[in-house]
Design a protein around this ligand. Sequence first.
Ligand code: GLU
Length: 467
Amino acid sequence: MIRTRFAPSPTGFLHVGGARTALFSWAYARRHSGRFILRIEDTDVARSTPEALQAILDGMHWLGLDYDEGPYYQTQRLDRYRSVTEQMLAAGTAYRCYTTPDELERLREEQRAEGLKPRYDGRWRPEPGKILPSPPPGVAPVIRFRNPADGIVAWDDLVKGRIEIANRELDDLVIARPDGTPTYNFCVVVDDWDMGISHVIRGDDHVNNTPRQINILAALGADVPQYAHLSMILGDDGQKLSKRHGAVSVMQYDDEGYLPEALLNYLARLGWSHGDAEVFSMAQFCEWFDLDHITASAAQFNSDKLNWLNAHYLRQADARRLARLVGKRLAARGVTADDRAIEAIVDLYKERVSNLNELADAAELVYIEFHPRQELLARHLAPETLAALNDFAAHLPDVAWEAQAIGTLIRETIARHGLKMPKLAMPLRILLTGLEQTPSVDALIAAFPRELVLRRLAAAWSGQPPR
Ligand code: GLU
């Protein structure tokens, strides 16, 4: 049974890197009909916030990364960690260390002075035949893992290949603080064990933790999962992805008008490939996804490609769904509009925009009163045009309200008045939208409510701005 997990710390938003880790873990479980678990690593109470937790849950929900188990919260499992610590003390794989922070600092200074790498010297580590000092009164001990002294710890990383570390490079990790609270690496180990995780897919900033975690798992007699460490994501400029790159929180992509399927498709290709396939659904991704085709080198973010994918998915999207999403955006701008009315505009504009906000801008043209710029009106409203507009408007109440019939009416009108198409189309565009560039004017008119078109056209000859 494949069991994967996503284990964010709620100390910040769900960012692009985290979302990709979640996506790969999720897809791997889905690919193998396994289980995907969400675990919240919230033991760093000082840095964890409810807002960050909510942002992570919102991000997962928005992306549709559904989990089969969880969210589990580490802060609700403290008793379990404590009992595993007791178990390890009893088994001799962990021990109490009474070295005070001051002593440790002195030790480090001495080691540095001798040109050595600072590390705990094992003074409280039990060894056969070694006589330990008696515990100093009033000092609350930490608990340290008794790391194997010799040999190597190794694993075949499913992305990076074989990694080996000599045990003598690893000092005895603190697994519980003086107040009894467990430390980060220890919680991860107990959880991965208890939750039966088969594959740990996570960012390669955790590679250094892995040998310690494997050693602790081995000391517990637990199965060691397989590890896949994903390389980092670089920004457009080749630098480490950071706040400087603008959208770091996944929900910011929502704000900026990206569709979740566009971001998911984009993230899927960040460091993974299937031939030269660029555009694919998540169902397809879950059929294809494997760990063999993840690149060990860093992936570089490419905003142009993300925008291109977003435009693609906007074109594909169902108009009713887009209308609902645009309606929400309009509501946030204080514009109330009926979703069904927005649908016509969405259909007309979805091929021409690259995000939902631009679509909302287009829909807003219908719902916000505006004044066409005087200079545009002056430039495009010659007397012969006014006569043609008047004629056109007079026929509007009776025309069938669809692009083709309206197009016929436009052509008949210009023929009657001996005008070229732009002479009529341009003032229509300006009166209806205030803009010189719009989709084809017959379709534009058909997408607007009839009364609104009549009202806005009236501005041309009444000299009044449209109401
Ligand atoms: N909580 C860790 C983080 O947010 C992830 C730990 C793990 O995946 O093992 O970076």
